[in-house]
Design a protein around this ligand. Structure first.
Ligand code: PLP
Length: 406
């Protein structure tokens, strides 16, 4: 039996948790009993899974599994050290070279996660005399990186290129460097960042351009090459971050750019220097995943056709899927906007009990009054599963009086 109860030293935590419970936004972790898949078992209940980032179904692709197992047999389970000491295996370099070729850049560095890629990069390429111009809805890891850099942070309104330009003009005569940063795809609304226009702005003002393609990797651009490819701005974005944890199906993050950028990060990015590298099996899995992106483009086509189909169905029954009160979704991330936090959490729970896993998201992750159930489409859902999901959504929403139409 556990002996440590919460002592008075941590009573302030209990108080905050009580507050969440009173607001109805306290959650328990749902446990996956089997395998990340379109239909799987959470907390002992079989559900249609519209909550994961497993966009292309790679989490259990046989070729990725084989690659991982082979790597364990050949190289063991751990790397034994940080990259700069003794923990760089040939397979780590092979992955970085593969990603660089795929993204059509000089070089690439792989981090332990997308989070550390952002935090480690933003945190190290700027200093306290510099400026960061950041979209208001950028990911938490960018915000943390910006804080770690001690640069001055200027936030522009969501996707507002003119506002970003105003801010650039304000600091144009300051001596520090300027970095403009946006998500390629925004994870809460599923809209696409104006990467092309921001890149042009950076050219005009001599600013550094950086994009976080976590939700665009494997989703946007040819074979899932990301937002730079989607907008056709190769060579105009200095720092491209991607994740290996979402569509790629495994774990990790990477930064793509010039040879000097990557060599600099090898020497200065703190998570690279002070945290152990990936197990070889993870690197092998990711290498196999990029082969799939190159050789099975039909997965991405299925992802987009499933997305179009489901959005049309949802809008048809009268759900607010963004565009009215929030930015319109342009990707496989589909928010169903309900507004009220408690109602949203109750809806998500009722959906689960009816056999559908879809995440409820409330303040502070999204603004107060913009709570939503977020759906993420994958290439592997069948039309039958999607029709069944729509039936569950509709009947539960009607029962809870969340749909106006009869
Ligand atoms: C998920 C996400 C990350 C973090 O990636 P991990 O590999 O899961 O650490 C970074 N940025 C954005 C926009 C994300 O959605």
């Amino acid at each position: 039996m556990a002996t440590a109860t919460t002592r008075p030293q941590l009573a302030h935590l209990t108080a905050q948790l009580d507050e969440l419970k009173a607001k109805g936004t306290f959650f328990k972790l749902r446990l996956l009993d089997d395998i990340q898949a379109p239909v799987c078992t959470y907390d002992g209940r079989k559900v249609i899974n519209l909550a994961s980032n497993n966009y292309l179904g790679l989490c259990n692709h046989p070729k990725l599994e084989e690659a991982a197992i082979r790597a364990v047999k050949e190289h063991g389970v751990g790397s034994g050290a940080v990259r700069t000491i003794a923990g760089t295996m040939r397979i780590h370099m092979e992955l970085e070279e593969k990603i660089a070729r795929f993204k059509n850049v000089e070089a690439c560095v792989v981090f332990q996660s997308g989070f550390t890629a952002n935090a480690g990069t933003v945190g190290s390429i700027l200093g306290k005399e510099d400026f960061i111009l950041s979209d208001e809805l950028n990911h938490a890891s960018i915000i943390d990186g910006a804080r770690l850099s001690r640069a001055k942070i200027k936030v522009f309104r969501h996707k507002d290129v003119a506002h970003c330009e105003e801010l650039l003009q304000e600091v144009a005569n300051e001596p520090g460097k300027k970095l403009v940063i946006t998500d390629g795809v925004f994870s809460m609304d599923g809209d696409i960042g104006p990467v092309g226009e921001l890149a042009a702005l950076c050219e005009k003002y001599g600013a550094i351009m950086m994009v976080d393609d976590a939700h665009a990797s494997g989703v946007l651009g040819r074979n899932g090459r990301g937002s730079v490819d989607h907008f056709g701005v190769h060579g105009k974005v200095d720092v491209q971050v991607g994740t290996l944890s979402k569509a790629i199906g495994a774990l990790g993050g990477y930064v793509c750019g010039s040879r000097d950028l990557i060599d600099y990060l090898y020497h200065r990015a703190r998570p690279f220097l002070f945290s152990t590298s990936h197990p070889p099996s993870v690197a092998a899995t990711c290498i196999a995943a990029f082969d799939i992106l190159e050789n099975e483009p039909e997965r991405i086509e299925r992802l987009w056709s499933n997305t179009a189909y489901f959005k049309e169905q949802l809008a048809g029954v009268g759900f607010d899927i963004g565009g009215r009160t929030t930015p319109a979704s342009e990707t496989p991330i589909i928010p169903i906007i309900l507004g009220d936090g408690r109602k949203t959490m109750e809806f998500s729970k009722a959906l689960f009990e009816a056999g559908l896993m879809a995440t409820g998201i409330a303040f502070p992750t999204v603004p107060e009054g913009k709570a939503r159930v977020r759906i993420i489409m994958t290439s592997e859902h069948t039309r039958e599963q999607l029709d069944q999901a729509l039936e569950i959504l509709t009947s539960v929403a009607r029962k809870m009086s969340l749909l106006e139409t009869a």
